[in-house]
Design a binder for this molecule. Structure first.
Ligand code: ATP
Length: 432
């Protein structure tokens, strides 16, 4: 007899199988016991009929504690009332591992308590659903990038220089030298783009951000494409096509997870339509000032209430383009139509989820880059290799970075980014 998971259930309807599972809950009345089970793949019900099993098995079913692991023999049945569509008619149960006093009970718990027990909290149906969506975004990302001819290049995590200055960097020692944990792989990806054309990286990045918001993690995953011979406008088109692609795949492949999370798929459908609206930084400032935001003027960066307001004027994600050069990093290309601004854009997600992508066209010219490196007070020695990219066949190129966890929070509709990572690193929390 085969041991299966719920992934295979549809091929085993009416057949007797073994399944390995954990008990999440149970209830019984007289002649019947219902076990709520999870096998890692799905949450489902096991039905134990008193007349159908031995007395020992029925008594055992009634006495199983939450999170006991069990091996079950039973028959897969269709069950139109369950989300999954299948249940298990139990014939026999064997305990694999006992469980006593599981700390997370079906009652409500506070966030701190749940975060302290993150290693166990992950077992809940909500966390399971969030990780399904995260996994789908990762899968669809690789699929899209491969289809579009990008190759994956992995930039280093230990770096000697930093793309955007050193304020938010994690410092460490590299033998006798100073080193930092990567806050972006971009500069290395620019080198890779000059070698391979269209490249992307997908890996962890670290920011020692002291801000405690529902959108910031200290360690998060970023996907960073970099494209040779691609100018700003084309880069925006690639960004919206890519985001629409991951939304489409999440809708199509995560139906159960979205249902568990109560996420309205009608709403998500709107985000599969491109192009996404664009508004320039300058227009955005005017819009804010006209609508009672007196706290911001041209030259200031947006705070999250600003981004939320601007995004709320639209039904889709939007691009805010052409920020002032003084509030953006040294490598961005000046906007030829207004050199007080740069050729960049942030993609702002709807529903208050804020910036999910930051991107720009990069400076091509050696002298302009050298000038900026000086102006920004960066070390010319550390950036020598990066300058080389402008010396030997420099070409127009653009790239962007999307934060995986921001995308997961947005598409799942959850309140706080901490639940998008299995073991989030937050300000004041590095345990468990
Ligand atoms: P913010 O202004 O929201 O802090 P940023 O301007 O520092 O973001 P970028 O440096 O452009 O962001 O990084 C690219 C993307 O990485 C962002 O659009 C976002 O999706 C993600 N990101 C940046 N910082 C964080 C963080 N601390 N936690 C999670 N994701 C982040």
């Amino acid at each position: 007899m085969e041991t299966i998971t719920m992934r295979q259930a549809k091929d085993f309807v009416g057949q007797e199988v073994y399944m390995n599972a954990w008990v999440t809950n149970k209830r019984s009345s007289g002649k019947i016991a219902f076990l709520q089970l999870r096998d890692g793949v799905a949450f489902f019900q096991g039905v134990v009929l008193k007349n159908d099993v031995s007395e020992e098995v029925f008594d055992l079913a009634k006495s199983l504690n939450q999170e006991t692991s069990i091996k079950i023999r039973g028959i897969i049945q269709e069950d139109s009332r369950s989300n999954l569509g299948y249940e298990l008619l139990v014939k026999d149960i064997q305990v694999i591992g006992e469980s006593h006093d599981y700390p997370i009970t079906p009652k409500e718990h506070g966030t701190d308590f749940l975060m302290d027990h993150r290693h166990l909290w992950l077992r809940s149906s909500k966390q399971h659903a969030i990780m399904q969506v995260r996994n789908e975004i990762i899968r669809a990302t690789y699929e899209y990038m491969n289809q579009e001819g990008f190759i994956k290049v992995d930039p280093p995590i230990l770096t000697g220089s930093a793309p955007e200055g050193t304020t938010e960097l994690f410092h460490t020692k590299y033998f006798d030298e100073d080193a930092f944990l990567s806050q972006s792989g971009q500069l290395y990806m620019e080198a890779a783009a000059m070698a391979f054309g269209k490249v992307f990286s997908f890996g962890p990045t670290f920011r020692a951000e002291k801000s405690k918001t529902r959108r910031h993690l200290i360690e998060f995953w970023m996907m960073e494409p970099e494209m040779a011979f691609v100018e700003h406008e084309e880069s925006l088109q690639i960004q919206e096509q890519y985001v629409a692609y991951i939304v489409r795949n999440v809708i199509d492949h995560c139906q159960l997870a979205l249902k568990t999370l109560g996420r309205d798929t009608e709403q998500l459908e709107k985000y599969t339509k491109t192009p996404y609206p664009r508004i320039s930084y300058t227009e955005a400032i005017e819009l804010l000032n006209k609508n009672g935001f007196d706290d911001i003027k041209w030259g200031d960066d947006f705070g999250s209430p600003h981004e939320t307001f601007i995004a709320s004027q639209y039904e889709q994600p939007i691009f805010i383009t052409n920020y002032p050069k003084d509030i953006k990093p040294f490598y961005m290309k000046l906007n030829p139509e207004d050199p007080s601004t740069v050729l960049c854009a942030d993609m702002i997600a709807p529903e208050g989820y804020g910036e999910i992508i930051g991107g720009s066209e990069r400076i091509v010219d050696y002298d302009l880059l050298a000038e900026n490196i000086k102006k920004f007070g960066l070390s010319e020695d550390a950036y020598g290799w990066y300058m080389d990219l402008r010396k030997y066949g420099s070409v127009p190129h653009s790239g962007f970075g999307i934060g995986l966890e921001r995308a997961v929070a947005w598409l799942t509709g959850i309140e706080h980014i901490r639940e998008t990572s299995a073991f989030p690193r937050l300000l004041n929390r590095i345990y468990p």
